[in-house]
Design a binder for this molecule. Structure first.
Ligand code: HEM
Length: 403
């Protein structure tokens, strides 16, 4: 893209995604797009289709809150790979009302503040044990293997009530899902194995009438109108949605803290700052790098632009989270700033169901690291850290650290 467009000339990102030139910042082109062409046409690299890129915060909110933009991958015009399998029963992230509403409601109660708070002691123990094991092991260590992958896996096991003896099976499988070097076929095999496992688990919990998330969902099936397959599908969705996002958020979030030692030291001095720090890290390092995809079901005007029925849309969350109209000096990382309304967890109808659980894990991990490993630092130069470049979820393959 021309870095200095002529006044009045349309600014167009011809291809999407737009690669990063600095690994800890979204592409510079987004600032131009927000200023001059906030809703613009672009061609998707992976299937050659044309979509609307939505780059400003206000327009992103307008699209994500509007039911006329569908999340259904199977609708014509949806910007999805043709090879993607249609969503199985229960995968409500890819559904619209009324099924989305029905399924989301069936599990909503499990993510209320009180329920999530009940998980604090268990998550504190998981974090303490993982950090102790890393600090007791050889230095340098890979923080991705030591913390970023096992933490969300163990938390999901806790959430779903996976028996202790099966947690090794779970960790082995999620490690493949989190490994970008693994072939798509290998990742699909593992997903199928996990789904089969969860199918058996739901059956067992239904029979035993356990008082945990899956037991309660199974017990309430008659009242909520859910089928067995839908409960299994919801469990699979929670596992997938609650794993890769958070694993990568831990990786790039910790990296940012370590490359800003003054901020890491402040967190140690004032642990209460962890609340705004988690929000700022989620905003600054928005891991859903590709953005959120939708298709218009009727003609809709957004920010003065008409998006026609059947046209695909990509809401670029990482750009909206750097919108200077909402976050002054948006590239600056500052754990004390007020970033209310950031879009790292989405917005509107499909806003992240697990966000309180994510915040709890991230907050406990970063306060524990600041307290117990104040000398934590990168063991390599920043330009040697292997960043993911697949552009779907932003992250690092490994994070060598020492302390
Ligand atoms: C840092 C961690 C996380 C990030 C950045 C993240 C981000 C997001 C985003 C952006 C969406 C919106 C998708 C859309 O509008 O199409 C979403 C939805 C969702 N997330 Fe998360 N998420 C995280 C952690 C979790 C966790 C821990 C869980 C649960 C265990 C979870 C469960 C879900 C579910 C079920 C949805 C679908 C909601 C719906 O369609 O109504 N997420 N997440």
């Amino acid at each position: 893209m021309d870095p200095a467009p002529a006044p009045g000339a349309p600014v167009v990102a011809e291809r999407y995604p737009i690669p990063r030139s600095r690994p800890t910042h979204p592409a510079e082109e987004y600032a131009e797009l927000r200023a001059h062409a906030p809703i613009s046409r672009s061609r998707l690299d992976f299937d050659g289709s044309d979509v609307w890129l939505v780059t400003r915060h206000a327009d992103a909110c307008a699209v994500l809150a509007d039911p006329r933009f569908s999340s259904d991958f199977s609708r014509p015009g949806f910007p999805a790979r043709m090879t993607v399998r249609p969503p199985g029963p229960g995968t409500f992230i890819r559904m619209d009302a009324p099924d989305h509403t029905r399924l989301r409601r069936a599990v909503l109660e499990e993510f209320r503040p009180r329920r999530v708070e009940e998980m604090r002691p268990a998550i504190t123990t998981i974090v303490d044990d993982l950090v102790s094991a890393m600090l007791a092991g050889p230095s340098p260590a890979d923080l991705v293997q030591a913390l970023a992958l096992p933490l969300p896996t163990l938390v999901i096991c806790e959430l779903l009530g996976v028996p202790y003896d099966d947690r090794g099976f779970f960790q082995d499988r999620t490690a493949v899902i989190g490994d970008q070097e693994a072939s798509p076929a290998a990742r699909q095999v593992v997903r199928d194995e996990l789904r089969e496992y969860l199918d058996r688990l739901v059956t067992d919990k239904h029979a035993a009438g356990t008082d945990d998330l899956l037991g309660r969902m199974s017990r309430d099936r008659d009242r909520s109108g859910l089928t067995h397959d839908e409960v299994v599908g919801v469990a699979t969705l929670l596992m997938i949605a609650g794993f890769e996002t958070i694993a990568n958020q831990i990786g790039v979030g910790t990296l940012l803290l370590l490359t800003h030692p003054d901020q890491f030291a402040r967190l140690r001095a004032e642990p209460g700052l962890v609340v705004p720090a988690v929000e700022e890290l989620a905003r600054h390092q928005t891991v859903i790098d590709y953005g959120l995809r939708r298709v218009a079901t009727e003609d809709v005007v957004v920010g003065g632009t008409t998006i026609r029925a059947g046209e695909g849309v990509v809401v670029v969350l990482s750009s909206a989270n750097r919108d200077a109209e909402v976050y002054p000096d948006p590239d600056r990382f500052d754990i004390t700033r007020d970033v209310r309304g950031h879009l790292a967890f989405g917005f509107g109808l499909h806003q992240c169901l697990g966000q309180l659980l994510a915040r709890l894990q991230l907050g406990l991990l970063w306060t524990t690291l600041a307290e117990r490993a104040p000398g934590l630092r990168l063991a390599v130069d920043l330009d040697e850290v292997p960043f993911r470049t697949d552009m779907f979820v932003h992250g690092v393959h490994s994070l060598p650290v020492t302390w």
